[in-house]
Design a binder for this molecule. Structure first.
Ligand SMILES: C[S@@+](CC[C@H](N)C(=O)[O-])C[C@H]1O[C@@H](n2cnc3c(N)ncnc32)[C@H](O)[C@@H]1O
Length: 279
């Protein structure tokens, strides 16, 4: 069964909704924010990049096309991974990009594997420190994490938090910028920084913005609304929430570096043991 074909839109969670709609850049600031951040990340062609929660693979394929580096994209949704593989084929970058279904909390990769972990609008829905610890594990020493996420610019009243969760799911939890940095630090990262912080402004609604840009999505949407009239109300609810409350939200690139391991300090006995007996 293809997800969304028999499931009612009212029963879909936010991830299922965007996968079904085929939204390419479902993060704050959309694709322009991705491009702005790629400049700040300074990705090199020889680097190996993980895109965690890659969705339909737009960012991963763009990186492959523009930088020529190798990328592994993972997503928990098989529907997203299917779309990402199709995109890579269509864009002629299948030799550089690989997509797999995997859980970002438990990545199927050895430790010290990647030079850079990119994430866009996945951590906001999950346990931040736990996820960052897993990114830390798979990064090589000196490897970077670059996570484009929504942030809270001022405290969100309880009633609005409830409305936000009703739109995007119960775990949705954007943090103030300082708390994003704390989460990275708690996971072990150094040189933590928010790059390109900015308010949401009118680009707040990721679904509506993407739909406006892509006529194919609009045509497809008309067909979907005909089959599932509840879709319009669902989209209006999300768009209305973001429009009314965009002043609370901003976004930025949560950025950090895995430190180089400190060489162990040995006393004389330890040194002799290490040199003579290789212990
Ligand atoms: C809001 S979308 C963002 C997708 C993409 N990064 C983008 O910016 O368009 C969040 C994505 O995270 C994926 N996701 C959620 N929980 C996950 C997990 N535990 N492991 C891997 N992917 C997950 C969802 O399936 C969805 O594709």
């Amino acid at each position: 069964m293809v997800l969304g074909e028999s499931k009612r839109v009212e029963e879909m969670n936010y991830f299922e909704l965007i996968a079904w709609l085929g939204i390419g850049s479902s993060h704050p600031g959309g694709f322009p924010a991705t491009k702005q951040n790629l400049e700040a990340m300074q990705v090199k062609p020889e680097e190996y990049v993980l895109d965690a929660g890659c969705g339909s693979g737009l960012t991963a394929c763009h990186l492959a096309k523009t930088i020529g580096c190798k990328i592994m994209g993972i997503d928990i949704s098989s529907q997203m991974v299917e779309k990402a593989c199709l995109r890579a084929e269509k864009e002629g970058v299948s030799h550089l990009v690989e997509f797999r279904v995997a859980d970002a909390y438990n990545l199927p990769f050895a430790a010290n594997h990647f030079d850079l972990v990119v994430a866009e609008s996945i951590t906001v829905f999950l346990d931040k420190v736990k996820l960052y610890q897993e990114f830390y594990r798979v990064l090589k020493p000196e490897g970077r994490v670059a996570d484009l996420e929504m942030a809270l610019l001022r405290e969100l009243p309880v009633n609005l938090r409830r409305q936000m969760e009703a739109c995007f799911g119960s775990g949705t939890n954007p943090l103030p910028f300082e708390e994003w940095l704390n989460a990275l630090t708690l996971a072990g990262f150094q040189d933590v920084d928010i790059k390109n912080p900015q308010p949401l402004r009118s680009n707040g609604n990721v679904i509506m913005n993407e739909l406006k840009k892509d006529w194919l999505l609009v045509i497809d949407l008309t067909d979907k609304v005909r089959k599932q009239p509840g879709l319009l109300a669902r989209l209006q609810k999300n768009a209305g929430f973001m429009k009314r409350n965009q002043g609370y939200f901003g976004f930025g690139l949560v950025y950090g570096r895995k430190p180089t391991p400190v060489p162990e300090k040995l006393d004389f006995k330890g040194w002799v043991r290490k040199v003579l007996f290789r212990k």
